[in-house]
Design a protein around this ligand. Structure first.
Ligand code: SIN
Length: 277
């Protein structure tokens, strides 16, 4: 069941795509790019995790201008090409990590707030982007489960995420991965708003101070929980769609697609200002 409503006092038409995550918006492109709805869209992102526009077909300049209206307008925004095609992206090997659930920026103290991604070329098969709401997943834990994980810290390693893609790295590759410093983060993030979300994903290596297997079991159980269908939304791309996600309250991953499919996404990002806490 979807709910449809016009957001009060504006020309935005909102349709909720699932009960706990993701809303689709319809709006006039010039009004969007002018920043008329930036506050409402930011609020909706925090509330629903994912905001999608169908077949918006923004130009590069429009995508950058629109992204600026949602973040710090002083910053220099640029488009990153997300593609597995090594001819177009020399870092294609790293991008394979996108096939596994992750939060962007877990190797930093302040992760990015949101990503804005538009589809420029599609794969004939696969290549959806899946999202899960880590606020809703935390909220739905029982009081006992919440008490059991309160105060736990998780060590995040870049190499943990790369091992999904390359389980048997060379020594040189491992040394390269290890140039990223480990980052120890709370398992439960208490946001400035007072809301709490789970901090998980492919960089999560182990739970500090917990026996390794027990910690891996906990992290896997929580990932299974957070990615259950009731907390998730899977976006099947059409050409020109634009999807924004609140990176601080969701995890995401791409579903498999052929590496030579030509799939090409243009992504801009909005800097964060809230440290993991
Ligand atoms: C990403 O992980 O940022 C990209 C996801 C996708 O390509 O669908």
């Amino acid at each position: 069941m979807t709910a449809q409503s016009a957001i009060a006092s504006s020309g935005l038409i909102r349709t909720d795509l699932t009960p706990k995550i993701a809303s689709e918006l319809k709006a006039d492109i010039d009004e969007l790019v002018s920043g008329k709805y930036s506050e409402e869209i930011r609020n909706l992102l925090e509330e629903r995790g994912v905001v999608a526009f169908r077949a918006l077909n923004l130009s590069d300049e429009q995508q950058i201008a629109f992204t600026k209206t949602l973040g710090n307008s002083e910053l220099d925004y640029k488009i990153s090409k997300i593609t597995m095609d090594p001819l177009e992206n020399p870092k294609a090997e790293y991008i394979k990590g996108a096939f596994y659930w992750h939060i962007d920026g877990t190797m930093l103290d302040i992760p990015i707030f949101a990503s804005v991604m538009s589809s420029r070329r599609l794969s004939e098969t696969g290549g959806r982007t899946e999202f899960c709401n880590t606020y809703a997943a935390y909220d739905a834990l029982s009081d006992e489960e919440k008490a059991a994980i309160e105060g736990l810290k998780v060590v995040h390693l870049f190499e943990a995420s790369q091992r999904y893609v390359k389980p048997e790295p060379t020594y040189e590759e491992l040394q390269q991965w290890q140039t990223y410093q480990p980052n120890t983060l709370p398992l439960v993030w208490t946001h400035r708003s007072g809301r709490k979300s789970l901090v998980l994903g492919s960089t999560a290596s182990h739970v500090e101070g917990m026996e390794l297997q027990e910690g891996w079991a906990l992290l896997t159980k929580l990932r299974d929980w957070a990615t259950r269908p009731e907390f998730s939304y899977s976006h099947e791309w059409q050409l020109g769609d634009l999807v924004i996600w609140d990176n601080t309250g969701t995890m995401h991953r791409a579903t498999p697609y052929p590496l030579d499919s030509g799939r090409l996404m243009y992504r801009t990002q909005i800097a964060g200002d809230e440290p993991f806490a």
